[in-house]
Ligand binder design. Structure first.
Ligand SMILES: *Cc1c(COP(=O)(O)O)cnc(C)c1O
Length: 438
């Protein structure tokens, strides 16, 4: 199929996500023919650096030969089997490996296919734990201002991004939010840690008053991504953990975006020296090849469901729960982390990118330039409501895929970018800022 035919047929037949389709009257879709390492290649052979890892999922480049080989082998062996009443090697091996990565603190893995479903599972499990242990009144959830946990109705209820939430507000269960520890909110002379302490004090006040009704606090550890890469000090997580323990409230770590090495450690919560009661993973876990999500939890939670009564069990399911192909892709992804020493290598790569981005950090048009692990972000100094779209187009014209969140421009590159690509990332960003902001 040629480029123009594909374009026209896509607009006729495909309803694209997160899009007012009418914008495509003037803004063309970009048909992609293939992917190769950190590059996407269109039908005319133009190459785009995938500097946001295709919505934060692609860790080791497109068509990664090691993941592809594992998938081919798995396809020849077992494509799928239902996980109720059956089991298979990839799901067992993956669960054991992930458990080991948490020091076996979270030794029970429940599977689904997308991030929002993992969040739904964690919320339901938390509530059901309290119900099974004689506290059915603990049925409310707490999230941070600006939180994003997905867009199904349960996940959207704990999401605090007006653009996604407002139209559906009448359908959503009321949930409360507490102030974000975002370090940009620190007052004059305050450190990121001070901002975290201030937010933790507000959390304590909330829990002191409401803990009897609260099942769980859900957080995106270290970086609240979708709201605009709001970064916080690990001190917040330490305090939140203590407060949750003190008040008998679960802590859910939504590491769907920040897990899998994105913040500089394999799990973001490690940087606070804590463990959550529930850990949600998705996005990067399959290396960006197949939809997979999972929730890990503790022996204590698991034990509260272990009973002769069917109804005290966790009866949730999805048709593709624990899909062998997706689990195998995840195993291949974890193997790359091990054999290539990715966490240590990323530390050097991140230092290289931060050094290359020094001109941006010093650019007055780039406010609050910030970095955590393999995430960089700044807030463009503009009131233009169309900034995100204009910047995206200007970057694409330079062979660079960036997709700002409002005024926040961010980089979330695959872990396989090198010198030439880093140069394009920085120069292309400066060029796009020149074009859009002058
Ligand atoms: C993307 C994301 C989700 C939702 O995952 P989907 O696969 O898009 O449903 C949930 N939480 C966080 C933090 C995310 O970034």
């Amino acid at each position: 199929m040629d480029n123009d035919t594909l374009l026209r047929r896509s607009l006729d037949a495909v309803w694209h996500p997160c899009t007012q389709m009418k914008v495509h009257e003037t803004l063309p879709l970009v048909p992609i023919r293939s992917g190769e390492g950190p590059w996407l290649i269109d039908f005319e052979g133009r190459r785009y650096l995938d500097a946001i890892s295709s919505w934060w999922v692609n860790l080791f480049g497109h068509a990664n030969p090691r993941i592809v080989a594992a998938l081919r082998d798995q396809l020849d062996t077992l494509d799928h089997v239902m996980l109720a009443g059956f089991t298979h090697e990839p799901v067992v091996a993956l669960s054991e490996k992930l458990s080991a990565l948490t020091g076996h603190a979270l030794g029970h893995c429940f599977y689904a296919s997308d991030g929002a479903s993992a969040v739904e599972i964690a919320l339901k499990m938390s509530f059901h734990f309290w119900r099974n242990t004689g506290h059915p009144g603990k049925n409310r959830f707490l999230s941070l201002a600006g939180s994003y946990h997905g867009e199904t109705l349960g996940a959207l209820a704990v999401t605090d991004v007006a653009l996604f939430r407002d139209a559906y507000a009448p359908l959503l269960r009321a949930c409360d939010t507490v102030p974000s520890p975002d370090w940009r909110l620190a007052g004059a002379g305050q450190s990121p840690r001070d901002a975290a302490v201030t937010a933790a004090i507000a959390l304590e006040a909330y829990l002191a008053a409401h803990h009897a009704e609260v099942a769980a606090l859900i957080v995106e550890p270290l970086v609240q991504c979708a709201t605009g890469m709001a970064m916080h000090d690990a001190e917040y997580l330490r305090r939140a953990r203590n407060l949750c323990d003190h008040y008998g409230v679960h802590l859910i770590a939504d590491e769907i975006a920040v897990g899998c090495g994105r913040t500089g450690t394999f799990f973001a919560h490690e940087q606070a020296g804590i463990r959550p009661d529930f850990l949600c993973l998705s996005k990067g876990i399959s290396g960006g090849t197949l939809p997979l999500s999972l929730v890990m939890t503790t022996d204590a939670v698991y034990a509260a469901f272990w009973d002769d009564s069917t109804a005290r069990g966790f009866l949730h399911s999805h048709s593709y729960t624990g899909n062998p192909l997706a689990c195998r892709a995840a195993l291949a992804t974890l193997e790359i982390f091990e054999t290539d020493g990715v966490i240590a290598a990323n530390r050097r790569l991140a230092a290289q990118i931060t050094a290359a981005a020094a001109p941006l950090a010093a650019d007055p048009r780039a406010r609050h330039f910030r970095n955590t692990g393999m995430i960089w972000a700044f807030d463009a100094a503009t009131d233009d409501p169309l900034f995100a779209r204009r910047f995206h187009q200007a970057a694409m014209a330079r062979g660079l895929l960036l997709r700002p969140l409002g005024n926040t421009v961010y980089f979330m590159p695959p872990y396989v970018v090198g010198g030439e690509e880093i140069e394009l990332l920085v120069d292309g960003t400066i060029g796009a800022l020149d074009e859009v902001l002058g």
